[in-house]
Design a protein. Structure first.
Length: 348
């Protein structure tokens, strides 16, 4: 059943109020229930498709390729995560072939929708859009948002060497703007595809730079200003964006970057997830730059294993830079406000 935006928005208000009163649900038995907005999943139909097309081996493979529902729910319960908004961040080049893009994106999104259908109070999903084919992406966005009940869409930071602020993506942003959609951006290896540092995975630093470059491109290109109805979540606390704010403003004053006022507006326009770097290393900068009201809880499960999810959760719960009010907003309330369809499902 499709939920109208008015109903969903009203439910979001009720859910936020209910959570504040302690009505968070079973996952919150020992504390405030969290909503995990950086949460990956690979249901069986999606994994089968990936194996059949040579994207995953039949056995073994990367950690995210061994996703398991029971293990996922156990990790969620152990960390008081009531609901995970699932996504599948396949690199854009995987879908270079148009027919493969259409079949793959449809399989991904129907698989995630099935997960939500089977567990509506434990999962939501961001629909995958194959950015190398704008017409396919537009068709898939409409199908996922209108028919499958997606809570938003996932867009990789780059496609074909182009960051999301490129004019080639304007038709897609225009449609998402019309729908007032939520976009989760996700990094990959840098477009130049440099070799990772020996012994250092590219997710450690290259992913962070990829997100930073995407954010700066969205600002400098004017995409944010042209499409004010789109809400954009920057993965991993925005990469290096908040940390290099002074450097970006100086570049803008010298005509070598976005204007400083545009940059400052964008910092508080973007949303950010906590999927590490939020920690005593990064919290003061992110909170000062964006405010707690723009930060969402995220784990990066299952690429991050259960023990590391727990370590990050304990660090978050003890972070001295977070007030109880800020912690509650990041754990839950910000997501309910941003994702009214999630709020509606949690209040049925």
């Amino acid at each position: 059943m499709r939920i109208s935006r008015r109903t969903a928005l009203r439910a979001g208000v009720l859910a936020t109020a209910g959570a504040a009163a302690g009505a968070a649900g079973p996952a919150a038995a020992h504390g405030p229930a969290r909503i995990d907005t950086h949460h990956h999943a690979l249901p069986p139909a999606m994994r089968k498709w990936a194996v059949e097309h040579g994207l995953l081996p039949p056995q073994g493979g990367p950690r995210w390729g061994r996703w398991d529902l029971r293990e996922t729910l156990d990790a969620m319960d152990a960390n008081r995560i009531e609901l995970g908004v699932a996504s599948a961040p396949a690199p854009s080049f995987v879908f270079k072939d148009r027919a493969l893009a259409a079949s793959g994106a449809r399989t991904f999104n129907e698989s995630l929708a099935g997960l939500v259908r089977d567990h509506p109070r434990r999962f939501g999903f961001f629909a995958y859009l194959p950015l190398l084919h704008i017409d396919v992406a537009l068709e898939e966005a409409a199908y996922a948002l209108d028919e499958l009940g997606a809570d938003g869409v996932l867009m990789m930071n780059t496609a074909g060497g182009r960051y999301l602020g490129d004019r080639a993506f304007d038709p897609l942003f225009a449609e998402l703007d019309r729908r007032r959609a939520v976009v989760l951006t996700h990094p990959d290896a840098l477009p130049e595809d440099p070799e990772p540092l020996p012994g250092i995975e590219n997710s450690v630093a290259d992913f962070m730079l990829d997100t930073t470059r995407c954010a700066l491109n969205l600002i400098r290109s004017g995409t944010l200003d042209r499409h004010p109805g789109v809400s954009i979540i920057l993965s991993h606390g925005g990469g290096f964006l908040p940390y290099i704010g002074g450097r970006v403003e100086r570049a803008g004053r010298m005509g070598e970057g976005p204007p400083p006022d545009a940059f400052r507006r964008a910092l508080r326009r973007f949303h950010y997830d906590t999927a590490l770097p939020l920690s005593p290393y990064a919290s003061p900068t992110l909170l000062k730059a964006a405010g707690a009201g723009r930060v969402l809880y995220g784990t990066d499960w299952p690429q991050v294993n259960a023990s590391e999810v727990a370590i990050a959760r304990r660090a978050f719960d003890r972070d001295p830079d977070l007030t109880p009010r800020a912690r509650a907003a990041i754990n839950r309330h910000n997501a309910l406000r941003l994702l009214p369809t999630v709020a509606a499902r949690l209040t049925r």
